[in-house]
Ligand binder design. Structure first.
Ligand code: PNS
Length: 167
């Protein structure tokens, strides 16, 4: 039976840290589904379709990786895809509280699944989508933190917003 792993997240935007986790996962499992969360209650910078496009263009050479979106409970999505492994990146100790809580709830809801935590390359330990958005908004160079398609889309979104604010 092929081992299918789901790597869920907001990816708003996708960072080099996310791509690093996708690469590592693709080496460990037969199939990897990167699942973009479609949560209308969250105020995302990019729409679900934009985040999917960003991921598609940022992970072009990994044959066993596909990109999808999901709404509702993550465990229901895993079940629908016959996936029993949930991947989460773990960067620093402060990630643990939230991640362990999520892993524990998910396992109680779907006992057959396992959460597997992967550590990204040390270069990405302190990298997060929200920090990158903040520093980009304040004019910092973000090229080394995001894949080029995500970088272009973020600059263009910030420009759009600036124009709106000026008019
Ligand atoms: O990249 P993020 O924002 O840390 O991803 C969080 C995400 C989307 C994986 C999490 O919020 C999630 O699983 N949402 C779906 C709703 C759900 O199943 N909640 C119960 C588990 S906490």
């Amino acid at each position: 039976m092929s081992k299918i792993a789901v790597y869920p997240g907001s990816f708003d935007p996708v960072t080099n840290g996310h791509v690093d986790i996708i690469r590592r996962t693709s080496r460990l499992f037969d199939r990897v589904i990167v699942a973009v969360s479609n949560n209308a209650a969250k105020n995302h910078t990019f729409s679900v379709n934009e985040r999917i496009q960003m991921l598609v263009h940022s992970t072009p050479r990994l044959g066993n990786v596909s990109i999808d979106s999901f709404s509702g409970l993550l465990v229901d999505y895993l079940h629908s895809k016959k996936a029993q492994v949930l991947i989460r990146g773990l960067r620093v100790v402060s990630d643990m509280d939230y991640e362990f809580q999520m892993a524990s709830i998910n396992r109680q809801l779907y006992p057959k699944m396992e959460t597997v935590f992967l550590m990204p390359d040390e270069r990405y330990t302190y990298l997060s989508s929200s920090i990158i958005k903040e520093v980009a908004r304040l004019g910092a160079q973000i090229k080394s933190f995001l894949p080029p398609p995500a970088c272009r889309m973020l600059y263009s979104r910030l420009k759009q917003r600036n124009r709106k604010e000026e008019s």
